[in-house]
Structures are given as structure tokens and as C-alpha cells.
Design a binder for this molecule. Structure first.
Ligand SMILES: [Zn+2]
Ligand SMILES: [Zn+2]
Length: 255
């Protein structure tokens, strides 16, 4: 755990704890959840099948992945990460997403720098572009840009996108209007299988970023899979929001 959060982030976290009781922080535990994406794994495994496939592909993918909360289909957390980007989301959904981004990014970005052996001044950020609605403004970009001190790396969907959920870096284009930074946080709202975000991470690595850390607000869970339903019921008592738990590690912030 982090010892403390910056005061402004703690205030935001307290508001979430008081008002958004459904929030469930992800956790990493060997043999229980995937050490990359935090979904449940078969007993004794360390990675889920999808993360294993990405790792075995030979493509340079993200060096770190962090996820803040679980979002089981049909639950309120899934409604949040899906509908904050609707045409008229209502102010509460945007505010809650902004608060979660603040907890994950402002509360734990130093952790990502430490794990990546990077300096804050050499770090940049990007948002995973939408492949399903490439020509629409992306609400997540607005939320992150509002929080960032500097403009980020501009990325977009390629003109030809093939199988958006597969691991295919060519689905993304990096706008070459700056030199590649040493380190980048790559932000997305939700992770289902990870192919989408990992492809964007791979595009950044191919462009020349040394270390890419993907930050997801939510790891989506599908309870129609029996193993997922079993996981959700087994860990029901641990369904709490823990803003001090590091989204990048097995719990403790790196020293
Ligand atoms: Zn995984
Ligand atoms: Zn941390």
C-alpha cells in the first residue's frame, strides 16, 4: 500500500468511498488473478490465456499494465466505464471517471515511473484511440488532458483497421509531431481481452518509446463464464475500494 496519497487525491478518494459503494479494486495474487490484467486465472497459473498469447507473440507490448477497478458486465461499474462517454452521460458519470483517473494517475504515477526506472521529466502520456468510433471526439482524451501538465502524444486509428481486438500494432498511427519520449503512460477506460490496448502500446514501442505503462480504469469481467462467476462469488467479501492499493503491483507501492 501507499503510505499516503497527495491531499487533493485523498479528498477525491474519500468522496468515492462515501458515494460509490459498488467500486471494487483489482488485486494481483499469484495463482488467483492474472499478474498482468488482474482477471481470474486457472489454479496455479500466473497469466490469463490472452496475456499469455500477447507475451508469446514476439511483439513488443507494454512493459507494465495497471488496472484500478473491476467492472463486471451489467453492474454499476460497467455502466460507468461504458456510459461516461455517451452523448449525454450526466455529470455524475464524468465526475466519477475523473475521480478514478485522479486516484490511479495522480495517486500512483510516481509508482509507474519507479517501476519503469524513468524520470517524470522524461515521461509523456497518450490515450488509446477508439477504433470503433475513430472520427468522434474521445471523452477520455478530454478528461486526461484536463488533468495533465503537458500535451500528450497524439495517436489515432489507422485508415485500415483489421480485427480491432487482435494484437495488431498497425491498427494505430502515432502522429510524429514530437520525438518519442523515454517513458509513456498509455491510458484506457476498460480492458476486455487487452488486444486493443496492447496494440496501441506496441505502436508506441515501435515508434521508439522505451517503456510503456498501460493504465486501465477498469478490468471488465464477464460473469457468464462460470470461472469468472465463481471468482466473483469467492472474493465477494474482498469487494472494497482501496485507493492506497497500488494498481501497478501486487499491492504495495514500489519504494
Ligand atoms: Zn491477463
Ligand atoms: Zn502505487
Amino acid at each position: 500500500m501507499a503510505r499516503t496519497l497527495p491531499a487533493a487525491v485523498q479528498t477525491v478518494a474519500n468522496h468515492l468511498l462515501a458515494n460509490e459503494g459498488y467500486l471494487w479494486s483489482t488485486f494481483r495474487r499469484e495463482g488467483v488473478t492474472c499478474l498482468v490484467c488482474t482477471t481470474q486465472v486457472d489454479a496455479g497459473e500466473t497469466l490469463c490465456k490472452q496475456c499469455t498469447g500477447h507475451r508469446e507473440s514476439g511483439i513488443a507490448i507494454a512493459d507494465q499494465v495497471g488496472s484500478l477497478i473491476y467492472a463486471p458486465y451489467r453492474e454499476q461499474s460497467y455502466h460507468l466505464v461504458k456510459n461516461y462517454k455517451a452523448d449525454a452521460p450526466g455529470p455524475n458519470l464524468s465526475a466519477t471517471m475523473t475521480s478514478l483517473l485522479a486516484v490511479g494517475l495522480k495517486g500512483h504515477q510516481e509508482c509507474a515511473f519507479k517501476l519503469g526506472q524513468a524520470r517524470a521529466e522524461d515521461a509523456s502520456w497518450a490515450v488509446v484511440p477508439s477504433l470503433s468510433r475513430p472520427h468522434r471526439p474521445q471523452p477520455l482524451l478530454g478528461l486526461v488532458a484536463g488533468m495533465a501538465k503537458r500535451p500528450g502524444i497524439r495517436m489515432r486509428a489507422a485508415d485500415e483497421v483489421v480485427n480491432p481486438r487482435s494484437l495488431r500494432p498497425a491498427n494505430f498511427v502515432v502522429e510524429p509531431d514530437q520525438d518519442p519520449p523515454d517513458f509513456s503512460i498509455l491510458i484506457d477506460d476498460s480492458w476486455v481481452g487487452g488486444g486493443h490496448a496492447q496494440s496501441a502500446a506496441a505502436a508506441l514501442k515501435l515508434w521508439g518509446v522505451r517503456h510503456v505503462a498501460i493504465f486501465n480504469v477498469a478490468r471488465v469481467l464477464d460473469p457468464t463464464w462460470p470461472a469468472t462467476a465463481e471468482f466473483m462469488s469467492k472474493y465477494k467479501a474482498e469487494r472494497t475500494f482501496a485507493p492506497l492499493r497500488c494498481p501497478w503491483t501486487e499491492g504495495n507501492c514500489p519504494l
